[in-house]
Design a protein around this ligand. Structure first.
Ligand SMILES: Nc1ncnc2c1ncn2[C@@H]1O[C@H](COP(=O)(O)OP(=O)(O)OP(=O)(O)O)[C@@H](O)[C@H]1O
Ligand SMILES: [Mg+2]
Length: 322
């Protein structure tokens, strides 16, 4: 993180919904730097949306504090620089996207002169096809609504974005588009708080992720560090009539300190301590004449950590990743 003073500071947040005996948030603390993409990961009901709602001052925590740029999140100065895509966006179904975004452009206090251009730009940015721009929203599919929700979050040219499950309901091109948008946010130094169950998406775009379970943060991980953890490499190769394939695989693994876990037909699993070792292993395999067809981690890094975190949670001993 380049900036030493954090933009978002959350301190010991506690929230219990009325009528519930369980705390939805049970002492959440973390900080987000300006320009950072911070991810929230956790099982259903963990408290992610509740946390986001507190950050946006849509609901009030029972205890604890939040500051954004040193001020309270319900301050208008914060709202003017904030964009939000809710988990379940609701739209004025009788409006067209252009009318809907016009209203939000005005609410965000953007200069009225640029409204037409701004709307066109944002609709193109989220890939909503031009033939829908003047169609009433109630006729939209789920994915189209999702794109419009994203457009609404972006129309005010926010400096801070809160996105609750932006990829849900999106088709594959929509997810590719999302990924490129995240790249643009990074370049524009937009701070993003992102909540998603798509761990591969999170792994690609987040600088850090917080694992949330039962209203608590179990661990905060930096993605760069996470990439250096040991993992299982799944390798497939093309037809091979070598009778001593297992010995060959073992030899290739041993010389780079990897371990053969399992060989089955034309595939094998190796345990590697990092990507350097994986690269060395693949080099050895190819040199030894194994016609490698593909090699990939068995699980994405976050999937693996999520699994570890789930097991720790079940045993009641929160695992710390440090
Ligand atoms: N409006 C509400 N009234 C009462 N309880 C609520 C309300 N909203 C959420 N909860 C409860 O608070 C807890 C946290 O819910 P929250 O929606 O924050 O979870 P989440 O992590 O976003 O889950 P998901 O991954 O399913 O979106 C859950 O136990 C949920 O039942
Ligand atoms: Mg949620």
């Amino acid at each position: 993180m380049e900036n030493t003073s954090p933009l978002i500071v959350v301190d010991t947040l506690i929230k219990t919904y009325s009528g519930s005996r369980k705390r939805a948030l049970n002492g959440i603390s973390f900080q987000v730097a300006e320009g950072e993409c911070f991810g929230l990961i956790g099982p259903n009901g963990a408290g992610k949306t509740t946390l986001m709602s507190c950050l946006l001052a849509l609901i009030k925590a029972d205890a604890g504090t939040i500051t954004i740029g040193g001020i309270n999140p319900d301050d208008l100065a914060v709202r003017e620089v904030t964009g939000f895509m809710p988990e379940r966006p609701s739209f004025e179904g009788w409006l067209t996207p252009k009318e809907f975004l016009n209203m939000h452009h005005m609410l965000a206090h953007r200069p009225p002169l640029s409204v037409a251009l701004d709307i066109e730009e944002v609709l193109n940015r989220v890939g909503l096809e031009e033939q829908c721009w003047n169609r009433v929203i109630r006729t939209f599919s789920r994915g189209m609504l999702q794109r419009l929700g994203l457009a609404q979050a972006l129309i005010g040219k926010p400096k801070i974005l809160f996105l609750d499950e932006p990829g849900s309901g999106m088709d594959p091109p929509g997810n590719v588009l999302l990924r490129s948008l995240f790249g643009q946010f990074k370049k524009e130094r937009i701070t993003v708080v992102l909540n998603s169950h798509h761990l591969d998406e999170m792994e690609r775009v987040c600088d850090r992720v917080a694992f949330i379970r039962a209203g608590k943060i179990e661990a905060i991980e930096t993605l760069e560090e996470v990439a250096l953890r040991p993992y299982v490499l799944f390798v497939k190769w093309l037809e091979d009539d070598d009778k001593n394939i297992v010995e060959k695989l073992q030899r290739c693994a041993q010389s780079v300190n990897a371990q053969l876990i399992l060989q089955e037909g034309l595939s094998a699993k190796f345990s590697v301590i990092n990507s350097e070792v994986a690269a060395g292993l693949l080099r050895n395999l190819i040199t030894e004449g194994v016609r490698v067809q593909s090699a990939q981690p068995e699980q994405t890094t976050l999937e693996r950590l999520f699994d570890e975190s789930s097991k720790a949670g079940l045993e009641g001993t929160p695992k710390k990743y440090d």
